[in-house]
Design a protein around this ligand. Structure first.
Ligand code: ADP
Ligand code: MG
Length: 399
């Protein structure tokens, strides 16, 4: 991992203007955020800077306004939620640059917090226009990026500002980068990766990168069906990308060359219809799936064997559920493996890092979201990191 500066590297910030990129793209319900996890994630950074006497100016995007102002996509929509989580009053600033922004920042005192409007109201944000970034930077003394979830985009406030101001990782960014480094950058070996979810096609680059980095690649979920089919197994009516069998074979060959063991389920839970507790449900060997059956979960024998694999590993990185976990009882494999991973983590024998929208939901459903080492809520950025890509927002912070 390239070195980066953190808030520990800041000198006296009293009265200085901190331009802080955060993720306030909150899910909304009836004019209020239905989930404030993203605000809680950046709370430490904001309060630390404010309590050290900086003027803290928050920069964020909200929805997809496509370079135009839109009242319903104003960040003022989440001002109240941010104030509640921080337990501080904040000042809304309807611009990001120019005289209005300058004046507003002038009014703020040391330790005050301001929230600028949606950075994506201006086309320069997504275009990463240096003149746009320069205009924002003109009102700031330093830049803090605390939005890992937006770091896979090279936009003006996620990347561009770092070219005009001294740049620092916020506390949430710092935690995320350290956790990810411990999982794949510089991990303790052996490393296991669990990759599940619906389709191989959405995670090809992830699989290709992982086979060169991990000792055990555990494939579950719908994507396991494509790998099984590539090995000549008849998967019946299962979700399966038959056009990707060559790709699946190439990935298994690459794993062989790299010394990575690929684990596919050998027993599975199948049903003729996709519904909760369907009467046609049964557990069988992968070679016994009937033409009118669908594989909906990894079987109990395979789950137990996979748990044994985890017991031999020091590091686990997980993306994607093992089965159709939203529909009981096809959550069984995901829940069981998650609980094994959590138990090994609590024992101190495993560093476990998980990410992905449905994976986070699945871990919460298994009741272990608090027990794994780190859960990334950063969707796209997390997947790009799993693909081995250098994220522009992270690269811009490196010293
Ligand atoms: P994430 O959001 O964590 O990256 P994905 O979006 O790739 O995960 O995949 C999650 C979806 O995969 C879930 O909706 C789950 O129901 C589905 N899935 C998992 N296993 C199967 C299966 N055997 N058949 C059909 N869908 C599956
Ligand atoms: Mg998903």
């Amino acid at each position: 991992m390239a070195a980066f500066k953190t808030l520990d590297d800041l000198g006296d910030v009293t009265g200085k203007v901190a331009l802080v990129r955060v993720d306030l793209n909150l899910p909304m319900k009836e004019g209020r955020a239905s989930d404030v996890t993203r605000v809680e994630a950046v709370k430490d950074t904001i309060l630390e800077l404010a309590d050290k006497g900086a003027k803290v100016i928050l920069l964020a995007h909200f929805g997809r306004p496509k370079g135009q102002r839109s009242s319903v996509l104003s960040t003022s929509m989440v001002q109240g939620d941010v104030e509640r989580v921080l337990d501080r009053e904040i000042m809304f600033i309807p611009e990001v640059a120019g005289p209005v922004a300058e004046q507003a920042i002038g009014i703020l005192g040391a330790g005050d917090i301001g929230l600028m409007d949606n950075v994506r109201f201006w086309p320069g944000e997504e275009a990463n226009d240096p003149e746009f970034a320069r205009g924002i930077a003109a009102n700031g003394d330093f830049y803090v990026n605390d939005a890992f979830s937006a770091a896979h985009r090279a936009h003006a406030t996620t990347e561009g500002l770092a070219h005009f101001l001294p740049a620092y990782a916020g506390r949430a960014m710092e935690r995320e980068l350290k956790a990810l480094d411990a999982a794949l950058g510089n991990p303790q070996t052996p490393v296991a990766a669990v990759v599940g979810g619906a389709k191989v096609s959405t995670k090809l680059a992830v699989l290709e990168n992982l086979v060169t980095k991990v000792q055990h690649l555990i494939i579950g979920g719908g994507m396991a069906n494509t790998f099984l089919a590539a090995k000549g197994v008849d998967v019946g009516k299962s979700l399966c990308e038959h056009d990707l069998t060559d790709t699946a074979n190439a990935i298994m060959a690459a794993a062989d060359v790299a010394g990575c063991t690929v684990h596919l389920p050998y027993d599975v839970v199948v049903a003729k219809e996709f519904a909760p507790n369907p009467p046609s449900m049964r557990t069988c060997n992968v070679h016994e799936v009937e033409a009118d059956e669908m594989i909906l979960d990894v079987g109990p024998l395979a789950v137990e064997a996979l748990g044994d694999v985890l017991k031999t590993c020091r590091t686990l990185v997980w993306n994607g559920p093992m089965g159709a976990f939203e529909t009981p009882p096809f959550d069984a494999a995901t829940v069981a493996l998650a609980r094994t991973a959590a138990a090994l983590t609590l024992e101190g024998s495993l560093v476990s890092v998980a990410g992905g929208g449905d994976t986070v939901a699945a871990l919460a459903h298994a009741g272990v979201a608090e027990d794994v080492t780190y859960v990334s809520t950063a969707g796209g950025a997390f997947l790009e990191w799993m693909e081995g890509k250098i994220l522009p927002g992270v690269a811009a912070l490196s010293t």
